[in-house]
Design a binder for this molecule. Structure first.
Ligand code: SF4
Length: 362
């Protein structure tokens, strides 16, 4: 890795070592005039995450630029830690993993005389604990990198569950002695998922009240923006009686969304059709998805309109339980789900409402 890579891939060991070497403390980052630019960039990273736009890459030619960029990442993490809202952590993880992905793409590409830096990409994968084996025989001269990578199935399963599409199901992959063959582009997609997991699972050390006090203005600014985004798309609360009757799978998908997670594609599809069957319209369904870190209103609206048949002419129906199971989204089945005759989430809903003495047809 080159020196600049510690700022491009801030989760690597060398980045942690560099911060220790510099001896800069969280208190100094938060308070010293010297780090005003670092704080501005840290807040900018979070603004991009909240607005759902790309974090622009920073120039990383000189040591001061590398240091400022890495510390700005640390500062944005400090703000996320101080606010401690799961949805903000997920938005942040989504935007940062997207930036990482763009760097990985650039490093995988040969440009004129500049060779591809694919070995750096492999190092990043190792830092993210992805078990891989690179087939150098698949090296393609004009791409300047191997064409394929083999990934251990445990790493593959850990990071492919959120991805939609049949190609991400192990049953549809070529597997040899526990290793899954991936095209380079697929490998990068899984790396992005690995980075997202890393960004959303590790937080900075607990901040002292004194540091939080110094950061107050930035915390307020970020909190206000996050609140604004949530208000803008606030879903109408579902009536208690309806929620009580929801099958466990739909409850879990809703909980993922409300907790700021990105549910898998099939889960979004199932929830959209389910809510529509209960009488919810385009607007309410789009708003339901607004807490997801990757929320893009126009894209969400396009997909919802397609599923509702507004643009496609086909009104899709809620998948049966057997289909939900085959997509691994039959979450937390309970005793009612285990009845032999239980075949459909809407059947669950009707029966549950009836059992509760509050019949509520969809
Ligand atoms: S059995 Fe059907 S209703 Fe129950 S959790 Fe699974 S998919 Fe949902």
């Amino acid at each position: 890795m080159e020196r600049r890579d510690i700022a491009r891939y801030p989760f690597v060991k060398a980045a942690r070592e560099a911060i220790q070497e510099w001896g800069v403390t969280p208190e100094e980052i938060a308070s010293e005039v010297l780090y005003a630019g670092v704080r501005r960039r840290g807040v900018e990273r979070l603004k991009c995450a909240i607005e759902g736009v790309e974090i622009p890459p920073a120039p990383l030619r000189r040591e001061e630029e590398i240091m400022a960029e890495l510390l700005s990442y640390v500062y944005s993490r400090m703000i996320v830690s101080a606010i401690a809202e799961p949805y903000l952590l997920q938005w942040h993880a989504h935007a940062e993993s997207d930036l990482t992905y763009r760097y990985l793409m650039a490093d995988s590409t040969k440009e004129g005389e500049r060779p591809s830096r694919w070995r750096v990409v492999v190092e990043v994968a190792e830092e993210l604990n992805l078990e891989i084996s690179v087939n150098e025989e698949s090296f393609v001269a004009n791409l300047g990198r191997p064409q394929e990578v083999w990934m251990h199935f445990t790493s593959f399963l850990r990071h492919s569950t959120r991805l939609s599409g049949k190609e991400w199901r192990l049953i549809n992959r070529e597997v040899k002695r526990g290793w899954v063959r991936l095209r380079w582009e697929e490998f990068l997609r899984l790396l992005r998922e690995g980075a997202r997991e890393r960004y959303s699972s590790t937080l900075t050390a607990i901040l002292t009240p004194k540091i939080v006090d110094v950061m107050e203005d930035d915390i307020r600014e970020v909190e206000a923006l996050a609140r604004e985004r949530r208000e803008r798309y606030k879903p109408k609360p579902l009536k208690v009686v309806e929620l009580e009757c929801f099958p466990p799978c739909m409850k879990r998908i809703l909980a993922m969304i409300q907790g700021g997670e990105n549910p898998p594609h099939h889960a979004r599809f199932a929830l959209t059709t389910f809510l529509h069957s209960l009488g919810m319209g385009e607007e309410e369904i789009v708003r339901t998805f607004s807490s997801t870190p990757d929320f893009d209103e126009s894209m969400a609206r396009y997909q919802v309109r397609h599923i509702l048949g507004i643009t496609s002419g086909t009104e899709y129906s809620t998948p049966e339980c057997s289909t939900m199971k085959s997509y691994n989204i039959c979450y937390d089945p309970d005793a009612l789900c285990n009845k032999e005759w239980m075949k459909h989430p809407l059947t669950y809903y009707r029966v549950k409402c009836k059992n509760l003495g509050k019949t509520k047809e969809g």
